[in-house]
Design a protein around this ligand. Structure first.
Ligand code: PMP
Length: 351
């Protein structure tokens, strides 16, 4: 065996255990597949791919389609293999050895994980007990550490809380480095940092096709930011990192915006139904602007509730052992039938 890099020895990697169950509500995917018409249109497009040629390195058509949808210039769009690869590319460009990356915990674990993998120091700010972010804590982290990259996740994972606009603008006023608004779940929320984008501001917004677009299997994500930012990422990313199939899948998906909006509306109304029903049970529910809900049973240990749900073939995410998330579980909003099964199970366990 060859010893891995010294600074990687303590890292464990990021795992989301999968178990074979009837009701799978643990990874924040869309419960519905993309429309049949999407599959047919994509199959037709794929039959025309020139398989012996490298793909369009600049992903021109895909970036144009994304830009068009968001009403920005294609030179402000960078696409990659899932928003995780977007985040990695950002950190390769702006973090790395000798640089600092700030997160406000608890939040999406991959921010700190990738930051460490690329050799940066991670500075962890603390959220309040209700998972909101105190501006004083933001000021402390920026003043003490002057981070090169600071993450705000909105809606946050695993809490579901939407970061208020003034929190993002305050951070932009304070920070010297890049501010990354990770908006993997923003389509389920009522506010987006996209409206704050400006060529002069070091703000970028990251998005994914994995959730709203029912395309977690495709691995496609993107960032929108100033043109200088996109130019910087191009220096770091591997040549032809985005294959021809993925570029086509993204372009075809964007022809189905109305279907996707219907799916978002369904998930949001199911989320509200779930949250209202859960509020009648002995659990603390964190208000969510995402496609999942974080909750903490108050009469039975979280881990026990997770196991009882699993005994009923319902899988939710067990966050109860994660730092700052004692007894917490996270349920992804599923189809109405899956949500009913979850609610019935939860009631039986808690009542
Ligand atoms: N950001 C957040 C906040 C997430 O929760 C996730 C998915 N778990 C991602 C990014 C990564 O998404 P993708 O599938 O696009 O890599």
């Amino acid at each position: 065996m060859i010893p891995v890099r010294d600074d990687l020895r303590v890292l464990e990697g990021y795992h989301s255990p999968q178990v074979d169950v009837d009701v799978r509500l643990n990874t924040n995917e869309s419960p519905l597949p993309p429309p049949d018409a999407f599959r047919d249109a994509l199959a037709a497009e794929l039959s025309r791919v020139e398989w012996h040629r490298y793909p369009d390195r600049a992903a021109t058509r895909l970036r144009e389609a994304i830009a068009d949808w968001h009403g920005v210039d294609p030179s402000m769009v960078f696409a990659a293999n899932g928003s995780n690869e977007v985040l990695q590319t950002i950190l390769l460009a702006y973090a790395g050895a000798g640089r600092r990356v700030a997160t406000f915990e608890p939040t999406y674990q991959m921010h700190a994980q990738i930051a460490r993998v690329v050799g940066s120091e991670v500075v962890e700010g603390e959220r309040n007990a209700d998972f909101t972010l105190d501006p004083a804590e933001m000021r402390r982290v920026v003043a003490d550490h002057d981070p090169h990259v600071t993450f705000l996740t909105s809606p946050n994972n695993p809490t579901g809380l939407v970061e208020p606009a003034e929190r993002v603008t305050e951070l932009l006023d304070l920070a010297n480095g890049l501010v990354v608004a990770d908006e993997a779940y923003a389509q389920f929320a009522d506010w987006t940092a996209l409206e704050l984008l400006d060529e002069q501001r070091p703000l970028v917004v990251t998005r994914t096709f994995s959730k709203t677009w029912s395309m977690a299997g495709v691995r496609l994500g993107y960032a929108i930011g100033p043109t200088w930012f996109v130019d910087d990422l191009e220096k770091v990313v591997l040549p032809y990192h985005l294959d021809a199939m993925k570029q086509l899948a993204g372009c075809v998906a964007l022809r189905f915006v109305d279907d996707m909006n219907d799916r978002v509306r369904l998930i949001v109304s199911e989320r509200e139904r779930l949250a209202a029903a859960m509020a009648t049970l002995p659990i603390d529910v964190t208000p969510s602007g995402a496609n999942f809900i974080l909750f903490r049973p108050t009469t039975i240990a979280g881990r026990e509730v997770w196991q009882h749900l699993l005994d009923r073939s319902i899988l939710v995410r067990d966050c109860s052992g994660w730092p700052r998330l004692n007894d917490c579980l996270r349920v992804t909003v599923g189809t109405p039938g899956e949500n009913d099964a979850f609610l019935t199970g939860l009631k039986e366990i808690l009542e």
